[in-house]
Design a binder for this molecule. Sequence first.
Ligand code: AMP
Ligand code: MN
Ligand code: MN
Ligand code: MN
Length: 282
Amino acid sequence: MDAVVGLNVDLHSHSTMSDGVLAPADVAGRAGVNGVQVWSLTDHDEVAGLPEAQKAAQEAGMQFVPGVEVSVTWARRTIHILGLGIDFTEPELVAGLSGIRTRRVERAKEMAKRLDDAGVPDSYEGALPYATNPSSISRTHFARFLVAKGYCKNMRMAFDKYLGDNKSASVPLNWSTLEEVISWINGAGGRAVIAHPGRYGYSAIEFDALFNQFKQMGGVAIEVITGSHFPNQYREYADVARHYGFLASCGSDFHSPSESRVDLGALPRLPAGVKPVWHDWV
Ligand code: AMP
Ligand code: MN
Ligand code: MN
Ligand code: MN
């Protein structure tokens, strides 16, 4: 197990197929240069980048794990569930993700109306050029537009002022349910993983309910080491993984060389005492 834990593993990253800025092959290339040995591309609600990523990962000598990061609404908040090791051609998964992306486009138009009301005109047309894959249009693309046009100094301020949950241009959306997303992932032979649990503002009671329901519905892992966790949360979520019997995952959540806090392959190894989600994949 030590050899498995000691690998440089990065199972969470984004490309231009969702809200990252590098093409799938370029994310793979950067991961390889950074020393990643086991890598997953996990675009939001989209698997279209995986064939290119797989080929580039092989060329870079990395083991490839096909992945996706799915948007879920649970207890009135958005959470993200990673599907790792999926068969990305599985029809139910593909259809489910396609349905989510349709809702993304409708919501983007609604967000543009709210930005208009807030004094920012033409933001749908403005954000669209940042979305290489128009059906994956996200708040990140609006944020890049707001920064480029000088409405906000940086991405964080774009979320703080307009795009964050409950801010003037945020549009609450009913994504998919936890149950259906876990069933798509399991139906595609993958493992369902709660992404960056430390980012959700649930109470202790809600977290306990989330972890129990997730497990009961067939979820098997949580991210312990992620670019979204502060170091004190590594230990906290390692304890959660042990307590609920979850496997542990590790991923940078890389989006962009200039925007991301943590680069591909730059995270520490899992703490002792947790079992890696990739334990039988390498
Ligand atoms: P969406 O899926 O359209 O709701 O957009 C969510 C995406 O916005 C996330 O995947 C992050 O990439 C990005 N994001 C969320 N909050 C922030 C923030 N405070 N600063 C920068 N990016 C953020
Ligand atoms: Mn994102
Ligand atoms: Mn996420
Ligand atoms: Mn992500």
